[in-house]
Ligand binder design. Sequence first.
Ligand code: S3P
Length: 454
Amino acid sequence: MAQRVTPAAHLRGELRLPGDKSISHRALIFAAIASGETLIVGAGDGHDVRSTAGMMRALGAACERLPSAPDDAPGTARWQVRSPGRSALAARADGRLDCGNSGTSARLGAGLVAGVRGAHLLDGDDSLRRRPMTRVLEPLRAMGVAASGAPGERGETAPLRIAGGSLHGIEWHSDTPSAQVKSCVLIAGLAATGSTTYTERVATRDHSERMLAARGAKILREQEADGGWSIRVQGGTELRALPQVEVPGDPSSAAFWLVAASLHPDADLTIRGVSLNPTRRHVIEILRRMGASIEETPRPDDGSGEPIGDLRVRSADLRGVEISPRDVALAIDEMPILSLAATMARGETSIRGAGELRAKESDRIAGVADGLTRLGLTVRVDGDDLHFVGGERPIGGIPEVRGDHRLAMTFAIAALVGDGAVEIDDAAAAAVSYPTFFDDAARVAGGAAREESA
Ligand code: S3P
């Protein structure tokens, strides 16, 4: 499905976003590990989260999708999960678990099945089969698990074969800033004998830590002398099923609107109920450094363990900034849309140390550079760094989405805030994380922003 998106006369109104993708995956996985029943409300309804629900079902947890209630946000789903608890889960006869396009399902799923009886085979689409998996297989092997992948360009990749059941705790240090690797090790650590400690140099998203603590896991997070973090989880503790989990709006989806409204000269958007978790809100800080006008109204604590708030963003005069490797680690999913901001902001911007972007649903360094260039913008790639001259305007065109949801949405925003129509060749890709994106775009841009072309 292709979509033609045209420049917006204005961007105005209110948005309620799909539930946070990272929290939605974890809510399903932790509900399957705990014995009992959990109602998950406001889960992101993208393909990725559905992949995780299918995997939990295949392992023996009942995951029923319930009809939406009238005040559920668009693009969200309600799930009722009933699980006999991890020790009663098992691989089914063929062991297959379909992760689709979702790296989170594969990497967190690998950690889960390491502690679930049977021979598991985790696989997915062509994009997933290109993504690096040695980073999760190595710590699992160190825990005594027989785990292997297929040979790929960057080490092992899916399909992953994992013989689950018995494993022991480890101390693991990772140089790759990755919440997926961390979560894989912590989830496996729950099923291991003894304790498991994971250390990371840069704090990555901490939803697993917060959610495990809220479900009764013995977990300790401490800052190291060098500024890194160590997280220790005690194996053998049963998780408590939470009766109800509310998933807040996804800050990575909010980022598209934060950038769009900042760049558009006639914009005023309010985004309701977004997770403002300190490890996810960094895109707001980067945009503020660029001169964005973003007001936050925190909401009262809803017991989810996640700080939540409303965001109001208005037109601003953005300026170029230096984006460091630490910024990249803290706002990894927002780099494509921040790249668009960088092309239009006054003055130069550099994004440094962005190599991890090559390990995403597509090589996002190549995809961003090529796509934005096709829209008449200047991007220079130097190794793992991106450089932008700034002060330019997208003139429209036909960029390649490369099956990547965040590229599809970045190029659509370039149309809304730019001077020419953009043809999104694979608009359906957006549904991986934000199935209502094009509806939201049409609504806040007054309906003129979308014409279906094929
Ligand atoms: C995620 C972590 C990030 C992010 C992905 C979701 C998670 O990946 O890019 O969209 O839910 O833990 P890495 O941890 O591999 O960087």
